[in-house]
Write a protein that binds this ligand. Sequence first.
Ligand SMILES: NC(=O)c1ccc[n+]([C@@H]2O[C@H](COP(=O)([O-])OP(=O)(O)OC[C@H]3O[C@@H](n4cnc5c(N)ncnc54)[C@H](O)[C@@H]3O)[C@@H](O)[C@H]2O)c1
Length: 257
Amino acid sequence: MKTIDLSGGMVFITGGGGSIGGAIAVEAAHAGASVAVADFKLDAARQVAETIVAHGGVAHAYQVDVTQAESVREAMADAVEGLGPMVGLVTAAAILRTGSVATQSEAGWHEIMAVNVEGTFKSVQAAVEYLRQTRGAIVTLGSVSAYIGSEEGAAYTTTKGAVLSFTVASAGDLAPLGIRVNAVSPGWVDGGFTHEAMSHMDDPQQLVETANRMHYLGRMATPTDVANAAVWLLSDQAAFVTGTSLLVDGGYMIKRG
Ligand SMILES: NC(=O)c1ccc[n+]([C@@H]2O[C@H](COP(=O)([O-])OP(=O)(O)OC[C@H]3O[C@@H](n4cnc5c(N)ncnc54)[C@H](O)[C@@H]3O)[C@@H](O)[C@H]2O)c1
C-alpha cells in the first residue's frame, strides 16, 4: 500500500503553534518530515515542537511575525540549515476580527489584512528559492467563509477570499519552477478560532450544536481532519494537483438548510 512519505524533507508551518497549524505539524512529522513550527507565540510553537520530539520526530520552534518578511526569512534560513531541505510550506498563521462592513474599523481591517493576506504572501515569497530546489509544495489556509461569507466577518471573509485568489495566482506563477500551490478550506473546526468565538458566548454549547448541524457529516472538523488533507496536498500523492481549494468541510458547502 502506498503511504504518504515526506521523509528527508522539512516542512515549515506558520501558525504552527495554533490549533490547525499544530495538527499539521504533528501529521507532517508522522509522514516523516522534520518540522519548523513557526508562530508569533513562541511558547505555543515550543509545545508543538516538544510533542513531536517526545514522539520521536524532529522539530524546532521559531518565533516569527508573518507581517515582517525578514523575520520569516531568518527562521526559514535557520530551519533549512538545521532541519534539512524544505519540501513544504503551510501558511496557517492568521487572526480573526469580527465586525460587519458597516462597523469594521479601518485599523482592524488593516491589521487582519497584514497578517492573513500579506503574511501569506510574504511567507510564500520567502519560500520560493528553497521550494524550487526540491520541487516542493505549498498549502494555504482558506475557509468556507471565502465562498459564503461569515456573520459579522466582513474583513475575515475578505482575507480568506484573497488567500484563495492568491493561491490560484501563485499556482500559475510557480508551476514553471515545479512548485505546487493549493489551499485547504475547512468549515467549522473544533479548535482555534471556533474556541475563541465560543469563549465570548453565554451559551457555547448552543454554538457547538448549531455548528454540528451545519455539516452533513453531523460534526465539526477536528484539526487532524484538516491536517490529513494538508499533508496529502504536500505529498507526491497530490503530484498533479495545483491551484485548487480542497474543501474539508463535512459537506457544509452542499448542505441545504
Ligand atoms: N478554526 C476554524 O474553524 C477555521 C475554519 C476555517 C479556516 N480556519 C483557518 O485555519 C487557520 C488556523 O486557524 P486556527 O483555528 O487554528 O486558529 P489559531 O488561533 O489556533 O491559530 C492561528 C495561529 O496563528 C498565529 N499567528 C497570529 N498572528 C501571527 C503572526 N503575525 N505571525 C505568526 N503567527 C501568527 C497565532 O499565534 C496562532 O497560533 C487560519 O488561517 C484560519 O483562518 C480556521
